[in-house]
Ligand binder design. Structure first.
Ligand code: PMP
Length: 399
């Protein structure tokens, strides 16, 4: 009898399953709004101009591929710190931030979770309700008990801010609270600046450990504004917090697995001690990160010229999404469904559309339009060629 006989089949990731069904669908004009990927106007995953420049230079140089340090490329980590915390950040000047290149934002979350389990073994982890599905899996796999705090208000399609504050206020001191820096996945609903200030004050007062996940910097208002939450925590006087950031979307480098974990400590000496623990955690997971994606990101961020090109293109992507949101709302209103105005208020690649499971099923079965069962749609997968198809179908299932 096989020693694996007791292993049960685990259901596949519902979103990836949706993509498989989409690929297998032979109907022309099918649209996949189930993904978490930015597509350009032609429906392609862009290769960004600045990235292509660095890639061509790297190909010409044909450098050897030795191992990177456990915590990654120094040039990548320094550029990441400036992007996440701001070039003039007093925290950086004080040496309080320990940053490590990781295998995507997911790697940063998992390394951060493993590290926190070591430091705060009995802490609970609070996630927004809802949150990115993998958050629960990452933190529970690291051994944490995961709880929820109120977040999305289905009535208003906005933030249940009172509920959020009430739930965060009930957490034990030393609890870990996972916060989405911007462009909340899956809802597209973010706190305002004033609301963030209150969240930061509450987290400080309760002695919670903030763990900020920033996977969409630059996708809502801009690189600096989208990092507002990180900047507020940095200014708050809170001594320790954690930031996981991802370049998957902002550099359109999904498969290169580019991310970073930054841990803020009380001072330089504490940051060094924490970094030694981060390195041991990485060593025991995957030993060291990957060279190619890191070299692409570092090459862009450390060249003033290429960085400007990258910012320009990221801005174009952001504007394209805003345009699609506006177009969808306007066209839905013209089709007699004015109740979708909130889609324009939501931020980033996703919207909680308010479509029910039954409506999502009809979209797929009758119109070959794929969305997540929760009603999450990826507005970054809309374009001028598919917008009318989507709008007409959404209007039809809304009647
Ligand atoms: N956090 C959130 C909120 C995300 O949406 C994602 C990607 N879907 C990640 C983290 C992980 O990013 P990566 O693909 O770089 O691992």
């Amino acid at each position: 009898m096989s020693l694996f006989a007791s292993v049960e089949m685990i259901p596949g990731d519902p979103i990836l399953g949706l993509s498989e069904a989409y690929v297998a669908d032979a109907r022309p004009g099918k649209v996949n709004l189930g993904v978490g990927i930015y597509y350009d106007e032609q429906g392609r995953i862009p290769v960004m101009r600045a990235v292509r420049d660095v890639e061509q230079a790297l190909a010409r140089e044909a450098k050897p591929r030795g191992y990177l340090p456990i915590d990654g490329m120094p040039a990548y980590n320094q550029a990441t710190q400036k992007l996440v915390f701001g070039a003039e950040s007093p925290l950086l000047a004080a040496g309080r931030v320990a940053t490590s290149q990781t295998i995507g934002g997911s790697g940063a979350l998992r390394i951060g979770a493993d590290l926190l389990k070591h430091v705060l073994p009995n802490a609970k982890v609070a996630l927004s309700n809802p949150s990115w599905e993998n958050h629960r899996l990452v933190f529970s796999s690291a051994g944490f008990e995961v709880v929820n705090y109120a977040y999305y208000d289905a009535e208003t399609h906005g933030l249940d801010f009172a509920g959020m504050l009430a739930d965060l206020g009930k957490l034990e001191p030393g609890s870990i609270v996972l916060l989405h820096a911007c462009c909340h996945n899956p809802t597209g609903v973010d706190p305002t600046l004033e609301q963030w200030k209150q969240v930061v004050a509450l987290v400080k007062e309760r002695g919670l450990m903030p763990f900020i996940d920033m996977a969409y910097q630059g996708f809502d208002k801009g690189i600096e504004t989208d990092a507002m939450a990180v900047r507020l925590f940095a200014e708050s006087g809170i001594e320790s917090f954690v930031v996981a950031n991802s370049y998957s979307k902002s550099f359109s480098l999904y498969g290169e697995r580019v991310g970073a974990l930054s841990i803020v400590g009380k001072g330089r000496e504490e940051a060094l001690r924490v970094q030694s623990l981060v390195k041991r955690t990485i060593r025991s997971n995957y030993s060291s990160p990957a060279t190619h994606g890191g070299a692409l990101v570092a090459g862009v961020l450390n060249s003033a010229e290429l960085r400007a090109v990258w910012e320009q293109e990221l801005g174009e992507m952001r504007e394209r999404i805003h345009g699609m949101r506006a177009g969808m709302v306007e066209k839905l209103a013209a089709a007699g469904e004015p109740q979708y105005g909130f889609i324009q208020q939501q931020a980033g690649m996703f919207s909680y559309s308010g479509l029910s499971k039954a409506q999502v099923d009809r979209l797929r079965e009758e119109y070959a339009i794929y969305a997540v069962g929760t009603g999450r749609i990826c507005v970054a997968a809309l374009n001028r060629a598919n917008l009318d198809t989507v709008v007409n179908a959404v209007a039809a299932v809304s009647r």
